[in-house]
Design a binder for this molecule. Structure first.
Ligand SMILES: *Cc1c(COP(=O)(O)O)cnc(C)c1O
Length: 411
């Protein structure tokens, strides 16, 4: 294939995505992210962002970032072990570790990078000893792409790691796999799961996973990206919600969702592990750290969550309000109590049409369909925020009801 053929092939692919209606369009926003956004100038209700606590444009977060910009500058211009580290980076590591119930933490440019860093940095590493070992990762079927890629990466590096997939949230299936492997002599066993699964809003069965990890001497890895700041009585995530805060070996997460919504990720765990990753994580040692203003904004986000329980409580109330209202209107939703509320529609075309018509009604929500979710389970994924007012929620339910009636989704 010569280069001109390559570009022709790429264009052909793009045309095909458009034809198959899988082309991902980006809606231009005329202002900041918030409970309402400006698309057509009227202030659409945003039901498609991970801005769970409304901190993405919170005055205190913006002010903290502005001050850090003046005090600590715009960028760091290298990685920390070369150009130095700032006290705010160390402070954020300490604060996030305590928040998620771990001893120490290490920052990364994103949670995607953090997940790749964890698997590739720890597993398939001979630790300077005799090779001839094999590690094993037990991965939930619905784990995030960054966990899947992280697992692929460490398999690719040394071929000293194998992975096994267990059915979504099925601790019984996981036990079967662990028992099958009991006498295989694996060196390190890791159980890897999302705390909250982003397509469903379902929670991983952490108490069962903690017990299995102890019984089989495995490391339990939980990605809390959709959970930190979101669930648990005080927003400390899935382990808090399910009564096992402080019992998870490794917690990763993002500062790009509830915790300010800018960017950055972390790995939290035992001090030895974190210190080792500071030496061996490639995304840490070869890629810039979070910029000072984002670090300070993320710190302010944690301050807000810790000092004002009303924010997390408001998210909980709004979620309950929307869940009961939308179910009362006759829609089928996936049960739960996470602010991710999947409204089940079935066919992709219906989800797309409904999303379009809702935007015209002033409600911004996106559809998901195969292959992101199973065939025939196309849905609109609603995400509720503490930034929504009670009347925003009522208005959103009203929009859903009008469009749902028009399209015959509800009677
Ligand atoms: C969003 C998300 C990520 C990626 O986070 P970034 O910081 O944006 O890279 C990783 N894991 C899960 C489970 C996520 O939902």
């Amino acid at each position: 294939m010569n280069l001109s053929q390559l570009y022709t092939v790429l264009q052909g692919q793009l045309d095909q995505f458009t034809e198959q209606q899988t082309y991902k369009y980006e809606v231009p926003l005329e202002g900041e992210q918030g409970g309402r956004v400006k698309v057509g100038g009227r202030g659409e209700i945003m039901l498609a962002s991970n801005n769970y606590l409304g901190l993405a444009n919170h005055a205190a977060v913006k002010e903290a970032a502005r001050r850090a910009l003046d005090e600590w500058g715009f960028g760091m211009s290298s990685v920390r072990f070369i150009c130095g580290t700032q006290p705010i980076h160390l402070e954020l590591e300490k604060r996030i570790a305590a928040f998620v119930g771990c001893e120490a933490a290490i920052l990364h440019g994103s949670c995607f990078a953090a997940n790749e860093a964890f698997f590739a940095g720890l597993l398939a590493n001979d630790f300077g000893q005799t090779p001839g070992f094999e590690d094993v990762i037990y991965s939930d079927q619905y784990n995030h792409a960054s966990i899947i890629d992280g697992v692929r990466l460490c398999r690719g590096i040394a071929k000293h790691a194998v992975s096994r997939v267990y059915r979504n949230r099925d601790a019984g299936h996981l036990r079967t796999l662990l028992e099958e492997d009991r006498d295989k002599g694996y060196r390190i066993r890791v159980i890897a799961t999302d705390g909250v699964f982003s397509m469903e809003g379902h929670l991983a069965p952490l108490p069962e996973l903690v017990a299995l990890a102890r019984e089989f001497d495995a490391l339990l890895f939980v990605d809390e990206s959709h959970a930190s700041g979101v669930i648990g009585q005080t927003g400390r995530g899935t382990p808090e919600e399910l009564g096992v805060h402080g019992s998870i070996d490794v917690v990763t997460g993002t500062f790009g969702k509830a915790l300010g919504g800018a960017s950055g990720g972390f790995i939290a765990g035992r001090r030895e592990l974190i210190e080792f990753l500071r030496q061996k994580s490639r995304p840490y040692t070869f890629s810039n750290t979070m910029p000072p203003a984002v670090v300070a904004g993320s710190l302010a986000a944690i301050d807000l969550i810790e000092n004002d329980p009303a924010i997390v409580a408001r998210l909980r109330e709004n979620t309950l309000h929307f869940r009961s209202g939308i179910a009362g209107a006759g829609f089928t939703i996936l049960e739960g109590h996470h602010p991710i509320v999947p409204v089940m529609l079935g066919e992709a075309a219906l989800a797309q049409q409904m999303s379009r018509e809702l935007l015209a009604e002033g409600v911004y929500v996106k559809g998901l369909w195969y292959p992101v979710v199973p065939k025939g389970e196309a849905r609109l994924r609603v995400q509720i925020s503490a930034a929504h007012t009670s009347s925003d929620i009522d208005e959103a339910i009203g929009g859903f009801t009008r469009v749902g009636n028009r399209l015959g989704v509800i009677q």
